[in-house]
Design a protein around this ligand. Structure first.
Ligand code: SF4
Length: 333
């Protein structure tokens, strides 16, 4: 043994850190990269049937959980079905449904001509997991062999533009529409309320790329959050940018806040918009929907904005919202 070596290995006295090592050890954590786990979920069937007034719609959600982590997300509820009750787990435990192309093709073959099939009614089909697992892409490749389907896709991600060519191919024999959500053009606000979703500018670029490929795109400014993104200039800016990038419809509806979403949304308000917390609590405590004058006022505001930008009075096929989406989620495998 080289003299002195045992002391180097055995000496466990705390060493005094100097220079950059001392600075590094005393640094404050600005942001820790959150661990996200991807898991594979066995799935008996991919396509589910809607319920209630959405009974005629078929739904498809390739992932459970969503890393985008929107503060208002009501789909957190779906993780509770799996006994994952901490609402944060919805953003950190992402389940990719096991995809079997042959089984899925059989499911599609059983759909009637003209069937409406909506992708992403509960969670985002173009969330980060899609870059790795490409389940949405594989689903679309199979749908591309079909004809006469009425397909809708809802997302908040510019990754949808990756599939522009494929969607355009599908559009030759089917009806297809992409619904892209843009709640605000204010990038700082978007970062607060939709922390890991692509920034609004990227989403607009996706609108542009999709519409250039001949895909009809609706821009949704859902949810409209009172005193956060509900001003006429804010909604007008989203609509104007949507039209400038080729969108053919625009809609917006007030925030819907189930108790599971309140668990995340109220602490978020307390931290970022403390002056609004009491009013939100009072209005959403009893009901998940806002009542009274406000919804009507937003509807009129959106109608006025839509007319100002030359869009048809009502948008093309309505996207199911709120309670219906939860029902749809439960029914979809
Ligand atoms: S993108 Fe949709 S599913 Fe994902 S967190 Fe946001 S609201 Fe929820």
């Amino acid at each position: 043994m080289i003299p002195g070596l045992s002391m180097l290995f055995d000496d466990d006295r705390p060493r005094k850190l100097v220079g950059i090592a001392r600075l590094a050890a005393s640094s404050d954590v600005l942001e820790a990269k959150r661990a996200v786990e991807y898991l594979e979920l066995e799935t008996r069937r991919f396509i589910g049937r809607g319920s209630g007034r959405m009974r005629s719609i078929w739904t498809l959600n390739p992932y459970r959980g969503c890393e985008f982590g929107c503060k208002y997300c009501y789909a957190r509820y779906a993780h509770e079905f799996m006994e994952l009750r901490d609402p944060e787990l919805f953003e950190r435990k992402i389940y990719a449904k096991r995809f079997d192309a042959n089984l899925f093709r059989d499911e599609v073959k059983r759909l009637k001509r003209g069937a409406s099939i909506w992708i992403g009614t509960a969670t985002d089909p173009y969330q980060p997991a899609e870059r790795r697992f490409e389940i949405t892409r594989r689903i679309l490749e199979i749908l591309a062999a079909e004809a006469t389907l009425d397909i809708g896709i809802t997302t908040k991600s510019d990754l949808a533009a990756r599939d522009a060519e494929l969607l355009s191919h599908i559009a030759r024999k089917n009806l297809i529409r992409v619904h892209l959500t843009i709640t605000t053009l204010d990038e700082a606000l978007a970062r607060l309320i939709e922390p890991r979703a692509p920034r609004p500018g990227l989403r607009l670029a996706a609108v542009q790329k999709l519409t250039s490929a001949g895909i009809p795109v609706s821009v949704l400014a859902h949810p409209v959050m009172p005193l956060i993104n509900d001003s006429e200039p804010s909604l007008d800016a989203v609509c104007r940018a949507a039209v400038q990038n080729g969108a053919s419809s625009f809609s917006a509806a007030p925030l819907f806040l189930k108790p599971c979403a309140q668990q995340v949304f109220f602490p978020f308000l307390a931290e970022r918009f403390p002056h609004l917390l009491r009013r939100y609590r009072e209005r959403y405590q009893e009901h998940a929907y806002l009542r009274g004058h406000y919804p009507k006022m937003i509807e009129e505001r959106v109608d006025k904005i839509r007319a100002r930008h030359g869009l048809a009075e009502r948008k093309a096929p309505e996207w199911p919202i709120a309670d219906d989406q939860l029902d749809l989620f439960q029914s979809a495998g």
